[in-house]
Design a protein around this ligand. Structure first.
Ligand SMILES: [Zn+2]
Length: 438
């Protein structure tokens, strides 16, 4: 029984090789899922040697057809057939090139592995993944042989390249990581052209802004910087330390440039793009960040983050409760009962806001609602008071106070029946870490 199965594979391989010259790897790949722990090169070589032995045996027993078959097939088998061929026919064997890879595959795997290793080393990457691309002609040549002979145990050339290069990189001491690689090696056949997609490093933590007129994003304009300093610029210390191309901040919402960010700090994820030095601890990252803060921006880094955290921080966390401290001026003098009336009116109150006039030039005009949970006022003088406002994230606080010429309703100005302005604004708490209770 077993010998029948063997001769079936041999006859199948003979049929393929009579028509198509194939290198050891490309022949072996047609039977890739037979036998365990072998390379396709081993499989192809074994099949070719067996074919040579099988036909030689027949030739020795006087089988004239076997002589013909061997003469036909030897140039497609290649070097493994040379000795017998030249002995039998007294002429040099002219080997044909593999019809799928042109005999390049073996070299390409070795070369690509070395190039890939050097590039990964350059980018300080230990945990990698390999991807491969092959030109259409190659894929078509391979597919047509598989279809012609119904080769159900075959695998694709891209798979072989990915696996073989991956194995070599692991032999060099690197680690394959399917879930969260630090970089992805992409091999383009047939150059080989090797590129490395360098994955970013993410840190999570908080930032504080002790000064005013500091934007969250770096904001260059045609006339220079819109604000002299930004939270983003403060992260450049980390960019330099990690020899990265860029840092991007993903914060849970943003305060106005002229508002300070105090108290609990604002949660953020810092994305470090294309770092050449990536082995740095969260506390080293924190030190590097604070060296870039000029004393106005501070960071606390609590750990590494992932791409998933970016979405969480930007979307879900951006609408959580915020606590603001506003310094408010009213044109009309105010009594203490005016201030307590404000507190009553803005308890659990839904505010309707159209996009503020001051940002209309860069945002579309929408109407939205945000909730004010509670406010607490402290009088400073008859025209000035502090208002502590606990509200849903995304509320435009300055407009809640001024009314923005009717675009925000209701507003402090409405309730007090007096033109009212916010002169200073600080964010002092975000979500569950809001200090004390109002
Ligand atoms: Zn080949």
């Amino acid at each position: 029984m077993e010998s029948t199965a063997y001769s079936d594979i041999i006859s199948l391989a003979i049929e393929i090789l009579r028509k198509h010259p194939l290198c050891d790897r490309c022949l072996g790949r047609m039977f890739a899922r037979l036998g365990m722990g072998l390379s396709n090169k081993d499989r192809g070589r074994a099949l070719k040697l067996l074919i040579v032995l099988h036909l030689h045996n027949k030739i020795l027993s006087g089988d004239q057809e076997a002589v013909q078959v061997f003469k036909e097939i030897a140039p497609n088998i290649g070097e493994h057939a040379r000795g017998l061929y030249e002995e039998l026919f007294k002429e040099e064997l002219r080997v044909r090139r593999c019809s799928i890879c042109g005999n390049r595959l073996d070299n390409v795997i070795t070369t690509a592995s070395i190039i890939a290793y050097n590039k990964l080393w350059e980018w300080d990457i230990d945990r990698f993944l390999v991807g491969a691309r092959a030109p259409f002609d190659t894929i078509r040549a391979e597919e047509s042989i598989k279809t012609e002979y119904g080769l159900v145990y075959s695998e694709s050339i891209k798979n072989e390249v990915k696996r073989e290069v991956g194995k070599k990189l692991q032999d060099y001491g690197l680690t394959v990581d399917f879930d969260n690689p630090e970089g992805v090696v992409v091999i383009d056949l047939w150059e080989p052209h090797v590129t490395v997609q360098v994955n970013p490093v993410f840190f999570k933590g908080f930032y504080w802004k002790n000064g005013r007129n500091i934007s969250q994003s770096y904001w260059p304009t045609r006339w220079g910087l819109k604000y002299e300093f930004s939270v983003e610029q403060a992260t450049w210390g980390l960019k330099d330390t990690m020899k990265a191309e860029k840092t991007v901040i993903h914060a849970s919402g943003r305060e106005d440039a002229d508002a300070r960010m105090l108290g609990t700090g604002r949660p953020l994820v810092i994305e470090v793009k294309r770092p050449r030095k990536r082995r740095i601890s969260p506390s080293e990252a924190e030190t590097a960040l604070n060296s870039g803060g000029r004393g106005f921006v501070h960071f606390r880094i609590t750990g590494f983050a992932s791409r998933f955290d970016v979405r969480l921080y930007k979307n879900e966390l951006s609408n959580i409760r915020k606590l603001y401290k506003a310094l408010v001026v009213s044109e009309s003098p105010l009594s203490l009962s005016d201030l307590s009336k404000l507190e009553t009116e803005f308890s659990e109150r839904v505010i309707s806001q159209r996009t503020p006039a001051r940002v209309l030039h860069r945002r579309s005009d929408l109407e939205r609602t945000r909730k004010v949970y509670k406010i607490k006022n402290i009088s400073v003088s008859r025209h000035v008071f502090y208002s502590f406002i606990l509200a849903e994230g995304g509320l435009y606080v300055k407009e809640l106070i001024s009314g923005d010429e009717g675009r925000t309703k209701p507003s402090f100005a409405d309730v007090l029946n007096s033109p009212t302005y916010c002169v200073d604004l600080d964010v002092i708490g975000i979500d569950s870490e809001i200090p004390g209770q109002l």
